[in-house]
Design a protein around this ligand. Structure first.
Ligand code: GLA
Length: 412
């Protein structure tokens, strides 16, 4: 009996017992804010506190944006024992005090590190310090870790990300683990028990359809990132999401482009991590980021990513299966001209292309069933699927709908 007890105790503290990420986190795509897209390395505790305040006062927290994530460059030095500390000039009150402040606002605090010796911004990386860093984050009260992939020439991604996952588990505080190796090692094929989300591409930038060449790497506009998601949707689901990068809503594109970007990220079951300066946000940007019906599509409990159903020139038709046999439906106009789109639901057989069909869970029988159509941006009902939907779609913009089944003249 004693021996059994001893063996159980040994197992409980052995590396094998933690051979998985924290369960029951990110069961819907994580929502929050991250400092990088607007502030890059120019961050300090004043910015983070002010951002926390606005996340609450603007209604963003209540709309679901709970993670407040520091990106690169919060770091100071390691101490004589190897423990990392924040930059004392930028974070004079320390990380524990910042986490307490953020928590007391009903938010969660995220931090950033890198699997290599240095981060992309040249700050201390976690290579060789994984367990110590994870312990330090747990002491501070960190809830989310974005783990980058610069300066990792001699490392294997499988090994490095598993090591940090195990370190986080040993430290004991539940942490959402956000893998950021840009899709280089196809994490969707092996990281389901490692991370809660994984980047699928290089960095996003605030343009509709551009590539910005930085020499050894490029950043990509919204349409480019969208196209790079092809073939990946089957790997996403509750607790493990494809991450097409943080949002550029409010960072200089047109309102139509911002709405399209936000709608598409919602359809892709992408993490919704805002990247704009919340202190300067226009009412229009706030209205986009907090559209509850679009967010509900993203946060739908089924956790199934959208698929492109068909393309007609510059127009694309996308469907996302939702719980209760509902669907989200999006019409995208990628082009530079106004377009008339017409969709005759009764002529179309919509079946999820990647997931096995259980009954007709992922098939929309538009010929036999009727659905009510609700426009999620105009926030009004638009008839039913019995008659064709005809809509004018502005350039670089979307129309987005929820389709709810009607049974015996009632919505189901
Ligand atoms: C990489 C990541 C970005 C950001 C920067 C920070 O480029 O992909 O999202 O974290 O590093 O240096």
């Amino acid at each position: 009996m004693r021996l059994l007890g001893l063996l159980l105790l040994l197992f409980a503290f052995s590396p094998w017992s933690f051979a998985n990420k924290f369960p029951d986190l990110a069961l819907t795509p994580p929502m929050g804010w991250n400092s990088w897209n607007t502030f890059a390395c120019d961050i300090d505790e004043k910015l983070i506190r002010e951002t926390a305040d606005i996340m609450v006062s603007s209604g963003m927290r209540d709309a679901g944006y709970v993670y407040l994530n520091l990106d690169d460059c919060w770091h100071g030095e390691r101490d004589a024992d190897g423990f990392i500390h924040p930059d004392p000039d930028r974070f004079p009150s320390g990380m524990k005090a910042l986490a307490d402040y953020v928590h007391q606002k009903g938010l969660k605090l995220g931090i950033y590190s890198d699997a290599g010796d240095q981060t992309c911004g040249g700050k201390p990386g976690s290579n060789g310090y994984e367990y110590q860093d994870a312990l330090q984050y747990a002491r501070w009260g960190i809830d989310y870790l974005k783990y980058d992939w610069c300066n990792t020439e001699n490392l294997s991604a499988h090994g490095a990300y598993r090591t940090m996952r195990d370190a986080l588990r040993h430290a004991g505080r539940p942490v959402v683990f956000s893998m950021c190796e840009w899709g280089d090692n196809q994490p969707w094929l092996w990281a389901q028990d490692v991370g809660h989300l994984w980047r699928t591409t290089g960095d996003i930038i605030n343009c509709w359809d551009c590539e910005v060449d930085h020499g050894t790497w490029s950043s990509w506009g919204i349409m480019r990132i969208l196209d790079m998601q092809q073939g990946l949707r089957q790997y996403a689901g509750p607790g493990h999401w494809n991450d097409p990068d943080m949002m550029e809503v409010g960072n200089g594109m047109s309102a139509d482009e911002d709405r399209a970007h936000f709608s598409l990220w919602a359809m892709l079951a992408s993490p919704l991590i805002a990247g704009n300066d919340l202190r300067q946000m226009s009412p229009e940007t706030l209205a986009i980021l907090t559209n509850a019906e679009v967010i509900a599509v993203n946060q739908d409990e089924l956790g199934v990513q959208a698929f492109k159903y068909k393309t007609e020139g510059e127009i694309e038709y996308w469907f996302k299966p939702l719980a209760n046999k509902s669907w989200a439906f999006l019409i995208l106009n990628r082009g530079d001209k106004v377009a008339e789109a017409e969709f005759d639901f009764r002529q179309e057989v919509v079946v999820d292309p990647d997931l096995p069909l259980t009954g007709n869970k992922y098939a929309a029988g538009f010929a036999n069933s009727r659905y009510a159509i609700r426009d999620l941006w105009q926030q009004q009902m638009k008839g039913t699927t019995k008659t064709p939907l005809i809509v004018t779609v502005q350039p670089h913009s979307v129309a987005m709908y929820r389709l709810t089944r009607i049974v015996n003249d009632e919505l189901h």
